[in-house]
Design a protein around this ligand. Structure first.
Ligand code: NAP
Ligand code: NAG
Ligand code: NAG
Ligand code: NAG
Ligand code: NAG
Length: 263
């Protein structure tokens, strides 16, 4: 993985040639447009990388790490029979109204990326993962794994939240496939299952019957509803989603191994 500061245009430009060399060697190094947490870094960072790519005619494709945050927040009510797919685009006005700043940043960044790609004839592919869990490579905790740690580490209540769970190994694989499969195009939603925290607690209880899991919701019912996310396009890229049970198991095992908690 090559790292650079996404807000510095000159540094990015100097790295692009290096990334190119790696691609020529045919190795698996990936250039992620990553960590865009607030609007300016998100949009400017993304455009800086794309601007650098546009200058190098031999770059054949750019894969941007977007998010389900840029897909699911359209203002439409999500219920069990609703199937969210790649045609959905979060509405910036809806995100703003609900003060969903991360969603807004990812939405604006992806929008800007598509606009720039079209104007500059860049072959762009977007990967739109849900909440990424799974074994940790690094010694530190990541925000998206924190909800699992909280549930398994003796919290009294579980939050009234429905997440779009996906395994980091599927996300990594999808990025590789997006580069490697010539016909890859457009966006790819990556969600193994949409599940409320109450359901995740049940799964964790089956996996770790002796653990001290919360038995009530922080809010009263009704729970935030679940819905579906289409897997058709991701499957066409060769993704066979790891079941959320396996992801949760491996997340907890990894958290144990890295001594974030003990059972
Ligand atoms: N985690 C999820 O659930 C999830 C879901 C959907 C989409 N995504 C997207 O996936 C991408 C990666 O997320 P993550 O959860 O893996 O985040 P992460 O673990 O926090 O990693 C972010 C990476 O970006 C780097 N970075 C931060 N600011 C940067 C900057 N200005 N210029 C260059 N690099 C910078 C960080 O470098 P340092 O390590 O040096 O700080 C870090 O390596 C993001 O675009 C995120 O929106 C994540
Ligand atoms: C995730 O872990 C990486 C590597 O330790 C770290 O750079 C990053 O800041 C973490 N991200 C979050 C959002 O906690
Ligand atoms: C897990 O719970 C224990 C006991 O309440 C606490 O001391 C510890 O800080 C928690 N660990 C994390 C990483 O939250
Ligand atoms: C749980 O969340 C859903 C959806 O956001 C909401 O309709 C419901 O009222 C919440 N429950 C409570 C009591 O906060
Ligand atoms: C959970 O992880 C452990 C340790 O890696 C493994 O032995 C076990 O088979 C896993 N169980 C499930 C349900 O994935």
């Amino acid at each position: 993985m090559i790292k650079f500061h996404a807000l510095s245009y000159s540094i990015i430009s100097s790295f692009i040639s290096c990334i190119l060399r790696i691609f020529y060697k045919g190795s698996f190094q990936l250039c992620f447009i990553s960590q865009v947490e607030l609007i300016d870094p998100a949009v400017k960072g993304t455009l800086n990388v794309l601007r650098s790519c546009a200058k190098v005619p031999s770059i054949r494709r750019v894969v941007v790490t977007s998010s389900m945050a840029a897909v699911a927040f359209t203002g439409q009510t999500l219920t069990a029979d609703v199937v969210v797919d790649e045609t959905w685009f979060s509405d910036p006005a809806v995100c703003e109204k609900l003060k969903l700043w991360y969603m807004l940043s990812k939405t604006l960044a992806e929008e800007a990326a598509w606009k720039f790609a079209k104007e500059n004839k860049i072959d762009l592919v977007a990967i739109n993962p849900g909440l990424v869990i799974g074994p940790l490579l690094q010694p530190t905790l990541n925000t998206s794994v924190e909800p699992v740690l909280k549930l398994i580490n003796g919290t009294q209540t579980f939050p009234n939240i429905t997440y779009r769970w996906v395994d980091v190994r599927d996300v990594a694989n999808a990025h590789i496939q997006a580069f490697e499969v010539p016909s890859a195009n457009g966006r790819y939603c990556l969600v193994s299952r949409v599940a409320h925290c109450s359901e995740v607690v049940k799964i964790l209880h089956e996996l770790y019957p002796t653990s001290n899991l919360p038995d009530k919701c922080a809010d009263d019912k009704p729970f935030q509803p679940t819905y579906q996310v289409s897997q058709e396009k991701a499957r066409s890229l060769g993704i066979n989603f790891i079941p959320v049970e396996v992801s949760l198991n491996d997340t907890v095992e990894s958290l144990k191994e890295k001594k974030f908690f003990s059972l």
